[in-house]
Design a protein around this ligand. Structure first.
Ligand code: DCP
Ligand code: CA
Ligand code: CA
Length: 352
């Protein structure tokens, strides 16, 4: 197997830099403000300028402000980052349809049938980096190896804006030499349990009593480490089935007027129904991005499938409800559908 893993660099902060180029070069800190007091909340991520000076994801905003009172503090705009992410994932789909989107900024591509060796995989990686930069001005780091875990480790080693191959020989070396806390999925708690048992490297797992290991860290993690240590790990790339499908559009100007919003809403519905490819949803969500970029939604589940006409009608009802319950103006409007009716038998013949 040849796995190519893509991890977007300091992602939320980088999107902010792309949107506001004037903040580039300065420490930028993206925050999740909880809203309880002015500065309560946590750091979601920071650019490398801020990291160099000691800022970390998860740190309380108050603490970050003690360290860097003059950094640029921005509220998290998840909706925007998700859009950029979706567009980058679509670029990645051009390189392999076997793609596992692991999070907003990570994807694994199975490129076994697309390249003949790591050299070609590396070149594909360079091409992907260039394409993403050209289209979105976002830098990413790429890791390539024989399985998902070592592809991710390769990316961790090459961050930021890097690309690295871990070939089979280096996998064998890392099994002996890499600190066990560097293994994806092994958090600090598991790592310290392992260290107490005297397990510092993957190789140590092989000389350790499996039952004892299982008791300490649980069966799933114990099995995972044994497979890795034996160099037999080969989890396939899992193409996630899309559980929901939606579309958002931006209004001409922020509004609370149903007549202004309606054409945009119906346009979003038309586009989703086109994308549905005959799948029939039972749940509809109306999704609105408010003027302050807060995202809210209202939904309804039917006992039967939702036709496009029902979707028009129901979305307007949900919009009225949302406007009655919220007094802000709407900036973007859209719909999301889920709970698809299984077209029994059909999906075996059509690729739905
Ligand atoms: N994130 C968050 N809260 C955290 C950690 C991460 O909200 N405690 C968000 C913000 C990140 C995104 O998830 O931009 C991806 O997380 P990563 O750990 O991949 O970190 P970055 O992409 O920010 O940085 P790196 O360049 O190290 O990949
Ligand atoms: Ca990541
Ligand atoms: Ca990242």
């Amino acid at each position: 197997m040849i796995v190519l893993f893509v991890d977007f660099d300091y992602f939320y902060a980088q999107v902010e830099e792309v949107l506001n180029p004037e903040i580039r070069g300065k420490p930028v800190i993206v925050c999740v403000f909880s809203g309880r007091t002015q500065d309560s909340g946590a750091v979601a991520t920071a650019n490398y300028e801020a990291r160099k000076l000691g800022i970390k994801a998860g740190m309380p905003i108050i603490k970050a402000k003690e360290i860097l009172p003059n950094a640029i503090y921005l509220p998290m705009r998840k909706e925007l980052y998700q859009q950029v992410s979706n567009r980058i994932m679509n670029i990645l789909r051009e390189y392999s349809d076997k793609i596992e989107i692991a999070s907003i900024d990570e994807a694994y591509l199975d490129i076994t049938n697309k390249v003949k060796d790591f050299k070609e995989a590396y070149n594909m990686g360079l091409e992907i980096k260039n394409k993403i930069y050209e289209k979105e001005k976002i830098t990413v780091t790429i890791g390539i190896s024989k399985n998902k875990v070592f592809a991710k480790i390769a990316a961790e080693m090459a961050k930021p804006n890097g690309i690295k191959v871990i070939d089979d020989e280096e996998v064998r070396r890392l099994i002996r030499e890499l600190d066990i806390s560097e293994i994806p999925g092994i958090g600090s708690i598991t790592a310290s349990k392992l260290k107490e048992l005297g397990i510092n490297k993957l190789i140590d797992v092989l000389n350790f009593n499996f039952e004892t290991l299982k008791k300490s860290i649980g069966e799933a993690k114990a099995n995972y480490l044994v497979l890795l240590a034996r160099d037999e790990y080969s989890e396939p790339i899992k193409e996630r089935v899309r559980r929901s499908i939606g579309r958002m559009v931006t209004l001409k100007k922020n509004s609370r007027n149903i007549d202004d919003i309606k054409p945009f809403l119906f346009k979003a519905i038309d586009e989703v129904y086109h994308k549905l490819n005959g799948k029939i949803p039972r749940t509809i969500y109306l999704v609105a991005v408010m003027e302050d970029l807060d995202v809210i939604s209202r939904g309804k589940t039917f006992s039967h499938g939702i036709s496009k006409e029902t979707a028009y009608k129901e979305s307007l009802k949900l919009l009225e409800k949302l406007l009655a319950e919220d007094n802000r103006k709407i900036r973007r409007i859209g719909v999301r559908f889920s709970k698809f009716i299984e077209a029994i038998g059909l999906d075996r013949f059509f690729n739905v």
